[in-house]
Design a protein around this ligand. Structure first.
Ligand code: KMH
Ligand code: ZN
Length: 273
């Protein structure tokens, strides 16, 4: 089986220090968390950034400072900025980090209820605009899907030439308003994508490590991190993103998957620098 790519979602836009004091806000904290994940075996950092007080921002300047700080201590890691940002941000706000020409960025492929009155809005025109802007800049999209219909949307965009092969999907399972995180859900998603595509999976909250184990067995890749889950095990907060990544590395070892380096991840994902 292919080596396992581990993505660390170190920060997110919604999770707070009140959920786990190790959630990073400042540039130094973000760099520290990226390094802990990288040292533990992550080859991709899925990156959101914050103001020092924890407010989520998509500011190009803030992204640049954070990316530079991460690159200084993890020179070969793949940085994947979010273009999802936080609920309620405008498209222009959300797109700012792609101006920095990262190797990858997320492309959210549909709208999702996040609970209460919160709607993570991604109209078809938004998705098309984001996909085109990324393609112009040769940025590999990680197609984030919260539901099966979003996989079908990506396939339609591919047929229209808006997305190109090989596509790389991120199945985000267990989001409030999205698909659940049962074994059958992951199998259904993995069997729904076009041949030749790659995929990673993330289980939100308590589904983090069951989804990780299933992804390892099924030949997919894994995302873990504070954006998605702050616990190492029931009732025990993780002290760092590195602890979450290290747990995936242990699972992979037990299940016979080797861990991909950033360079190997680039090859697996067909990322051309
Ligand atoms: N924070 C969510 C509204 C992404 O990074 O592309 C969107 C999100 C998805 O996290
Ligand atoms: Zn994100």
């Amino acid at each position: 089986m292919e080596k396992l790519i581990i993505t660390a979602s170190i920060c997110g836009a919604e999770v707070l220090k009140s959920h786990n004091p190790a959630v990073p806000y400042t540039v130094e904290e973000i760099a520290r968390e990226a390094k802990s994940a990288y040292d533990a075996g992550a080859s991709i950092i899925h990156l959101h950034v914050r103001e020092d007080d924890g407010t989520p921002t998509q500011s190009k300047e803030r992204f640049k400072v954070c990316i530079d700080a991460i690159k200084k201590i993890c020179p070969d890691v793949i940085i994947q900025p979010s273009t999802g940002g936080a609920v309620g941000m405008s498209n222009d706000e959300r797109l700012q980090p792609i101006e920095l020409l990262p190797e990858m960025a997320t492309l959210d492929c549909g709208t999702c209820n996040f609970g209460g009155d919160e709607i993570f809005l991604n109209t078809e025109n938004t998705i098309i605009e984001f996909a085109r802007r990324m393609a112009e800049k040769n940025i590999k999209p990680e197609i984030e899907v919260f539901d099966k219909g979003m996989v079908d949307a990506a396939k339609r965009f591919y047929k229209k030439g808006i997305l190109s092969a090989p596509m790389h999907f991120d199945f985000v399972l267990g989001v409030n308003g999205g698909m659940s995180a049962e074994p059958r859900d992951l199998i259904y998603m993995a069997e729904s994508i076009p041949e030749g595509s790659t995929w990673t999976a993330v289980g939100i909250g308590k589904a983090q490590f069951s989804i990780a184990a299933m992804a390892i067995i099924l030949g997919g890749h894994v995302r873990v991190g504070f954006e998605d889950n702050v616990y190492l095990e029931k009732g025990v907060l993780a002290k760092s993103n590195g602890e979450l990544v290290a747990k995936v590395v242990r699972l992979a070892k037990e299940l016979g998957r080797e861990i991909a380096t950033p360079e190997e991840a680039r090859q697996i994902l067909s990322i051309k620098k």
